[in-house]
Write a protein that binds this ligand. Structure first.
Ligand SMILES: Nc1nc2c(c(=O)[nH]1)N[C@H]1C(S)=C(S)[C@@H](COP(=O)(O)OP(=O)(O)OC[C@H]3O[C@@H](n4cnc5c(=O)[nH]c(N)nc54)[C@H](O)[C@@H]3O)O[C@H]1N2
Ligand SMILES: Nc1nc2c(c(=O)[nH]1)N[C@H]1C(S)=C(S)[C@@H](COP(=O)(O)OP(=O)(O)OC[C@H]3O[C@@H](n4cnc5c(=O)[nH]c(N)nc54)[C@H](O)[C@@H]3O)O[C@H]1N2
Ligand code: SF4
Ligand SMILES: [Mo]
Length: 676
């Protein structure tokens, strides 16, 4: 029997864990995809969803796209005929060139995000779109942009987080608006475990009782959208108990005084009424956090809200008032960006290829933009599946059906989005090409290593857009750089001394031997060099000068606030086509608190309808203590085309924008709960 060849690589999904993978191949065919035992976080295991999908849909030649396709039936019907790359690229080039030559480049709209997160796969194609002058749908507006904007206003950057290894020196870890048990299943063990072992108290602030919350020392199960009021109650407790670090605040922050009136107005007793959390629990949590040293993990949930920017500015104040940064065991983390490891993403995207400012719109405006033939004449969707993941699903899918919208979709699979495309291009997945991967949690560097050839005619993202650049007649050398050249140039920006081949042998390396201290010299990249708790820059963005203790109102009787967070079995909408995962997911459901079930007269398994002015979704009821009265949970990502009513939860989500950065307000969605 020939032996399997084992190739070490790295999971290229949009996930905090960045697991090491061991791909077993025989005669150029994958026999199994397992975890790499040498990886410091995943230690030989993949999460359940990837273990299934990478050995299921991702290896199923029947499900993968293997040839360029031209649409033969109606838009949305999913009927296509195979064509050659030359035919496909010539047709696309002619259509896009025509628009560019008529001065209408901005009517070419493109969506992209994190199908693959390899630095080249995710960003190299942006070079061609910049050169064309196409309109980018700003990807972060559907995910985390309000949080980025608020942290930039306050700290000057949102991309310098704590080094998770510093948890060994922490006395308290607060996980605010994240669900690691689903979104970071290994860090949920390794990072949280490391902290707890070192004696830290774990505090979770989240409207739902997920597994991480259930295992925490304190779970503040607040009402959604009331985080700023809760944060101000924390500050109130700090003042009452003499826990404000005045020395730190005076030396390293500006604008603190602008918060005092709001702080004094928010004793824990008032926050109890607004947030639905017992005052004693608020007090205990605030004292533990302020005493520190403490880590604050800022998840994405708190900012996908109407006042999400305000929430994040209020949370930033916790760091400043308690002085929890700049020392071992202290800090906050939203995302750790590439810069901290030396990498400049402009090297990959080459914005200098653009002939002017790159036009950009929010995902919140995608449906109205695509509806308008003057604003959108062509659409390229790549590395993303907006028909499943973007808001205003009903409107969006109607707009995607426009006959006069020339649509090119690049994916691994037929999806809800490719179904509307005129031309579909088959992409290679991350097991089929080389790249570099940076965790956005740990300060590591990982190799994405080609284990097998792509199926059929599929090509990596970067090769597809190199070929399209050529077909369009461009000659800028930057549009044709090879991935090996780019990988070497990116590696040279880091302190890693080896070559890509060395990195490939190791899989993942940690960039610093010792845990890094976040902002060690307490110099913040703001105009003042300090943490800016109140500033005119905020006013310029349409926010108040300082954050306020805002709390959203509780939903009225008859209405439910719907939270649609990460499912344990899906990666955004990815894996929604895997047969095993579909079986696990079953029909779409809403998790209702037992009190609501009794109140509205629903039993487990009953059919129900969620309705608002944006849309309606058929669901079955699951009664669960994880929910809270007035708040239902519908996990994101199930495929519209495989569920009842041809829709998923995004059919209920309006394109309403947050208070800053035109971000999604997905968790502010309200519906009426009705009988089917
Ligand atoms: N209701 C609700 N909606 C949400 C969210 C929520 O919390 N609630 N979360 C939002 C968030 S956080 C995000 S980031 C967005 C994500 O939204 P999207 O970025 O649209 O993510 P996916 O739906 O996973 O789509 C990624 C697609 O890329 C494809 N793909 C994978 N690898 C490759 C590759 O190498 N090349 C190409 N060309 N394609 C590839 C996959 O097959 C998949 O179809 O969804 C948002 N939508
Ligand atoms: N399994 C799995 N893992 C994923 C993904 C996935 O789809 N599936 N998606 C990936 C992506 S793109 C991203 S961006 C990350 C996101 O990872 P996380 O930052 O963990 O975000 P979510 O998983 O969406 O969980 C958000 C949490 O915020 C809570 N929340 C909602 N509203 C509020 C509020 O008003 N206040 C507070 N305090 N909390 C609130 C929700 O109840 C939920 O528990 O996960 C990544 N990992
Ligand atoms: S999605 Fe996350 S947890 Fe799952 S294998 Fe990939 S990196 Fe690991
Ligand atoms: Mo995301």
């Amino acid at each position: 029997m020939p032996e399997d060849v084992v190739v070490k690589t790295t999971c290229a999904r949009d996930c905090y864990d960045t697991c090491g993978i061991a791909v077993h191949t025989r005669d150029g065919v994958i026999t199994k995809v397992l975890g790499d035992p040498d990886h410091p976080v995943s230690r030989g295991k993949l999460c359940g969803k990837c273990a299934i999908a990478y050995n299921g849909a991702w290896r199923d030649p029947e499900l993968r796209l293997t040839s360029p396709l031209r649409r033969t039936g109606e838009k949305g019907s999913g009927t296509f005929a195979e064509i050659s790359w030359d035919e496909a690229l010539a047709e696309i080039a002619t259509r896009l060139r025509g628009l560019i030559d008529r001065g209408e480049a901005h009517t070419i709209v493109h969506t992209h995000y994190t199908g693959t997160v390899g630095l080249i796969g995710i960003a190299f194609p942006l070079r061609l779109f910049a050169r064309m002058g196409a309109t980018e749908v700003d990807p972060d507006t559907v995910c985390n942009k309000a949080g980025h904007a608020a942290l930039e206003l306050t700290f000057g950057t949102s991309l310098t987080g704590f080094d998770p290894r510093t948890a060994k020196d922490s006395r308290c870890v607060v996980i605010w608006g994240a669900n690691p048990s689903h979104s970071a299943p290994h860090q949920d063990k390794v990072f949280v475990e490391r902290a707890a072992k070192a004696g830290a108290k774990v505090i979770v602030v989240d409207p739902i009782g997920h597994e991480t919350a259930a295992a925490a020392d304190i779970h503040l199960k607040l009402r959604p959208g009331t985080d700023a009021a809760l944060a101000f109650a924390f500050l109130n407790v700090m003042r009452e108990h003499g826990l404000v670090d005045h020395e730190f605040l005076d030396a390293h922050a500006v604008g603190a005084k602008a918060l005092y009136e709001e702080i004094d107005s928010m004793p824990p007793s008032r926050a109890e009424t607004l947030c639905g959390v017992p005052a004693e629990m608020i007090e205990a949590a605030a004292i533990a956090y302020a005493t520190g040293p403490s880590l604050l993990w800022l998840g994405q949930g708190g900012q996908r809200q109407t006042y999400g920017g305000n929430v994040f500015r209020a949370l930033a104040a916790l760091v400043a008032f308690s002085g929890n940064v700049g020392k071992p065991g202290a800090g906050f983390l939203y995302l750790n960006g590439p810069g901290g490891r030396g990498i400049d993403m402009d090297t990959v995207t080459m914005p200098e290829l653009a002939r002017g400012k790159i036009p950009s719109i929010s995902h919140m405006d995608l449906a109205p933009t695509l509806e308008n033939p003057n604003r959108a004449k062509a659409l390229v969707t790549w590395n993303s599946n907006p028909a499943a993941s973007s808001p205003e699903q009903r409107r969006l899918r109607k707009a995607l059906a426009r006959d006069d919208l020339f649509h090119v979709a690049v994916d691994l699979f037929h999806t809800g989005t490719t179904a509307y495309a005129d031309i579909v291009l088959p992409a290679a997945n991350f097991l089929e090409c080389n790249d570099l991967i940076l965790s956005y949690f740990d300060l590591t560097l990982s190799a994405q290593v080609k284990a097998v050839e792509p199926p059929g005619l599929a090509l990596p993202n970067h090769e597809i857009f190199r070929r399209l650049a050529k077909a369009m007649g461009y000659d800028d050398p930057g549009l044709f750089e090879s991935e090996s050249s780019l990988i070497e140039r990116l590696l040279a920006q880091t302190s890693y001394p080896g070559s890509f081949a060395d990195l490939a042998k190791a899989g993942t390396v940690t960039m610093f031997d010792e845990p890094q201290i976040q902002f060690p010299d307490l110099a913040f990249p703001t105009p003042s060099g300090r943490i800016e708790l109140a500033n005119d820059a905020a006013v310029e963005l349409g926010l108040p000068r300082a954050p306020t203790a805002h709390a959203d109102e509780k939903s009225a009787r008859g209405f439910l606030r719907i939270i649609s967070p990460s499912s344990a079995w899906l990666m955004n909408s990815s894996y929604g086509n895997d047969p095993v995962i579909r079986q696990k997911l079953g029909s779409p459901s809403v998790l209702l608190h037992p009190a609501d079930a009794t109140d509205y007269g629903f039993a487990d398994g009953d059919s129900a309808v969620l309705v608002n002015e944006t849309g309606r979704l058929d669901v079955s009821v699951m009664i669960s203590e994880a929910a809270q009265p007035g708040v239902g949970i519908v996990y994101k990502g199930q495929w519209p085309t495989t569920t009842m009513g041809d829709a998923n939860v995004n059919v209920l989500v309006a394109g309403r924008k947050s208070d800053v950065a035109e971000n999604t307000t997905v968790h502010s969605t309200e519906v009426r709960l009705e009988r089917a």
